[in-house]
Ligand binder design. Structure first.
Ligand SMILES: Cc1ncc(COP(=O)(O)O)c(C=O)c1O
Length: 443
């Protein structure tokens, strides 16, 4: 069961028993590694607004928000209403075309109006793989540039270099030539990135970038970095893909590309756009997207197999509900999320300072990460996170401590939702105050 950082508590006995059962039937006890923390994760009974409750009735302020899929909070009443009405009256999985998928495609493109077409699949991982496939077909080249520490899901194509140490193979079972066709580049370091591009310029199909590096630390890309990258890629006949699976519709209606003003050739989105249900979306211009049309046949087509559950009407209806709300109330919602997040970040930094703990927060809008520093340093890339911060403890003893004190935070990161309140933030700052006292004795 790994290192026992914190004594299991009687308060979570039911979770402990469930985890012991899970260990017997699921390798490591979880189906997504990020959901584990020591000594065992609490099992969730229900969620509402900014809160989750475990199977023993303990309540947590939640900053994970379903892998950041919920911008309006858990169990957003409008989505619950729309989805339950749909299921009751019309069903839940047709596996055939439906009106709602056309409406969601039109709605997405009415906001992301630099683009012309979308294609739906069932996860952000699929969207990333298909985007790369499109880029390779469009350019006739093979190599993909990917950021060190970038996470586009665990797909065979894009898993390389996701976790530290980045040079080590991420997974058994992936062929060497798959790894060889992905080249890692350092985030926010233009000189080195340019050198790598020059070295491989005849073979590069695309660069795929989370413009706000997610699991690498919610670190925003510098505008110049993205502008240079796009320009250089165009010079060599390659495409820029932004993976905005987390940031799409979260940091602004137009995601980070709209926020910073750099438009990629292909965009992938997911999470929020499915209103809390499974989705992935590839978004681009007609010339690129048409390569995936059913009207093209082998060998001149790109196969995007959307999947059994692609465009399932539940995801479409939930997505329509949330995106319509964001369009109508975005002027109020986005500034409110950003203000509350700033309050939390400032509060955490202040209590850290008062306890003599070196802390820096990064993020954009409602996304944030708390870095506990070993030395004073700017955090501009995933490499900086591993060089300068206490990262090994983050999803171990730090996460356990916070959970035990009523705060659910994964990677010391979070996403504020519209359901979070001032009281949630004040309570969280109080927990961090105590956490830093506890930490002072340990680092
Ligand atoms: C930036 C980014 N891209 C892609 C993915 C993969 O999305 P999914 O988990 O829906 O496959 C994730 C998931 O966390 C993500 O954060």
């Amino acid at each position: 069961m790994g290192k026992q950082y914190i004594e299991a508590s009687e308060d979570t006995e039911t979770s402990k028993q469930l985890f012991l059962r899970a260990l017997k039937v699921i390798p490591g006890g979880v189906s997504h590694n990020v959901r584990y923390y020591p000594p065992y994760p609490v099992f969730i009974e229900r969620c509402k607004g900014s809160k989750i409750w475990d199977v023993d009735g303990n309540c947590y302020i939640d900053y994970w928000m379903g892998h950041y899929a919920h911008i309006m909070g858990h169990s957003y009443p409008e989505v619950v209403e729309a989805v339950t009405k749909f299921i009751r009256e019309r069903g839940y999985h047709f596996g055939l075309v439906n009106r709602e998928e056309v409406e969601l495609a039109e709605l997405i493109l009415s906001v992301l109006d630099e683009f012309e077409m979308v294609r739906f699949c069932t996860s952000g991982s699929d969207a990333g793989s298909f985007a790369v496939r499109l880029a390779r077909a469009y350019t006739g080249k093979n190599k993909v540039l990917k950021v060190r520490g970038g996470w586009h899901g665990a797909s065979t194509d894009l898993i390389k270099g996701s976790s530290y140490p980045f040079e080590e193979k991420e997974s058994l079972g992936i062929l060497d030539n798959v790894y060889e066709n992905v080249i890692l580049m350092p985030f926010n370091d233009w000189e080195e990135t340019e050198r790598i591009i020059e070295e491989n310029k005849n073979d590069i199909a695309c660069a795929i970038v989370e413009p706000v590096l997610g699991s690498g630390g919610f670190i925003p890309a510098d505008k110049d970095y993205l502008v240079n990258l796009r320009k250089k890629l165009e010079e060599i006949g390659a495409l820029l893909i932004f993976d905005e699976v987390i940031t799409g519709f979260r940091v602004s209606l137009k995601g980070y590309y709209g926020y910073i003003g750099v438009v990629p050739h292909i965009l992938t989105i997911g999470k929020i756009v499915g209103g809390g249900f499974p989705i992935g979306v590839i978004v681009s211009t007609r010339d690129i997207m048409e390569l995936s049309s059913r009207e093209r046949s082998k060998p001149s087509r790109v196969l995007i197999g959307g999947g059994t559950f692609s465009c399932n009407p539940v995801s479409m209806v939930a997505g329509l509900t949330v995106i319509k709300r964001l369009i109508s109330d975005g002027d109020k919602i986005y500034p409110s999320l950003a203000n509350l997040t700033e309050k939390l970040r400032n509060g955490i930094e202040e209590v850290a300072k008062s306890k003599g703990i070196k802390v820096r927060t990064t993020g954009v809008g409602s996304l944030f990460k708390v870095h506990i520093l070993k030395v004073d340093a700017d955090i501009k890339s995933a490499d900086d996170v591993y060089r300068y911060t206490y990262w090994e403890e983050v999803d171990g003893e730090y996460r356990s401590y916070l959970a035990k004190h009523g705060v659910n935070m994964v990677h010391l990161c979070g996403a504020i939702s519209y359901a979070h309140t001032n009281e949630d933030v004040e309570e969280t700052i109080k927990v961090f105050d105590e956490f830093f006292s506890w930490l002072r004795e340990r680092i």
